[in-house]
Ligand binder design. Structure first.
Ligand SMILES: [Zn+2]
Length: 161
């Protein structure tokens, strides 16, 4: 399985703040292995000692569960749909901020037998959730790094002109 790579500086900080601003408690534990993360409704636990980019991707995945799968959708969706959606959100967010996710997300989605048909039905939820997270972790205008994902968030950013 290819690992997530990239420079997470700044994004990780803002993602943690995003979690806090949604009243979600973030904990680290080595007892949840082999799971990398757990979403328990208002509480996310991450496996300690992960590489920063992998931790970032896992945290986005768990945030997606918190945002998408704690209300009605939890009973209206299967575990397969929920895992595919959460990982699709992680994929979109990682791609947008410029992390190389390799085949990690694709591998995971295949593991749950997610496919294009399943994703098509989830597309709206995935897009909305990814957009909210990306909006929440977008750099200040002066910090703009020229990532394509922020072109619409930072219309004045000179890097994009
Ligand atoms: Zn999950």
């Amino acid at each position: 399985m290819t690992e997530v790579q990239g420079d997470v500086s700044g994004y990780r900080e803002r993602l943690v703040k995003f979690v806090e601003s949604h009243s979600i408690t973030l904990n680290y534990s080595d007892k949840i292995a082999p799971a990398k993360g757990l979403s328990q409704g208002g509480k996310i636990t991450l496996l300690s000692g992960m590489q920063p980019a992998e931790e970032f991707s896992t945290l986005v995945h768990e945030i997606a569960h918190e945002m998408l799968h704690r209300g009605d959708r939890r009973t209206l969706t299967t575990k397969q749909v929920r895992e595919t959606e959460a990982e699709a959100v992680a994929f979109v967010v990682c791609q947008s901020v410029g992390f190389q996710t390799g085949t990690t997300s694709a591998d995971y989605i295949q593991l749950w037998h997610g496919d294009a048909n399943l994703l098509r039905e989830s597309l709206e939820a995935v897009q909305q959730t990814a957009a909210v997270i990306l909006g929440g972790i977008a750099p200040e205008e002066r910090e703009c790094m020229g990532n394509v994902g922020f072109r619409f968030k930072n219309p004045d950013c000179r890097v994009h002109q």
